[in-house]
Design a protein around this ligand. Sequence first.
Ligand SMILES: C[S@@+](CC[C@H](N)C(=O)[O-])C[C@H]1O[C@@H](n2cnc3c(N)ncnc32)[C@H](O)[C@@H]1O
Length: 286
Amino acid sequence: MKKTVSESAQLLICPLDQCQLRLNGNSWQCEHKHQYDIARQGYVNLLPVQHKRSKSPGDTKEMVQARRNFLATGAYQAISEQLNQIIIDHKQTNTILDAGCGEGYYLNRLNQKLTENQRIAHCFGLDIAKFAIQAAAKSDKKSHYLVASNRSVPIADSSLDIIYCAFGFPVFEEFTKKLKPDGKLILVESGEQHLIELRKLIYPNLKPYRQNPYPEAAESGFSWTEESSIQYKVTLDKTALANLLLMTPHIHKASAEKKQQLAELEQLELSVDVNFRVLNKDAQNL
Ligand SMILES: C[S@@+](CC[C@H](N)C(=O)[O-])C[C@H]1O[C@@H](n2cnc3c(N)ncnc32)[C@H](O)[C@@H]1O
């Protein structure tokens, strides 16, 4: 069944000429007749070939499935709850974008929370990986899912109240353009102790933790406002551990010997340590 596309999706713009997209039957079309079909699962692909750097950019099908299985264990549910609370505490939540949403875990849960709180919100999720967006759109019929890149967000300028980016690849210059003058950017990032036990098993030397990983945020006109964090322990069984490894870059960096050692573990207790940073558009951008 095709998804009904509500008026909120009128914020979509053509990735080729930035003109507004209008619904025409089962496609989105701009005034220059660039046309984007709505897929069976309800998402739309707004990543033109000329904007792709590889045939299948972003996470692979295998990584997407591993992330879905891992997140289904509830190991990161507390992260989603804290993110939801931060968003609910903001007055303006009319238009929200999950930039690099993966298979939609956080956006799906956020949408449910907003509904419970009787907040009307138009939620968009984008990811450069088609497999991730297919999975997201299949299980969350309330949000609008787009195959697109954070480098060129196909949503009208100055139209978003909140953009959040969880363990992703923020593009500050682009995000500042898309946010309303009083919009917020929320970064959900690994803290210093995040998965430290796993990292110590894989790497002989750990890289020093960067307190401010994004100096370019200020250059794009963002200022840090609030910061909070969450820390807890989770015990992962063999399957969850294998999925966690598959969904992170660690799998590519671990030696064959280390991978073997990890595969032999029956379970592992891990620290979860995540930071939530809220950034404001600076007054100079108003
Ligand atoms: C570590 S995963 C996090 C996914 C999701 N936010 C989560 O935490 O479950 C990073 C995601 O960013 C996507 N990605 C990579 N480059 C991107 C880009 N330029 N624009 C949008 N998404 C991108 C990947 O496909 C992947 O789904």
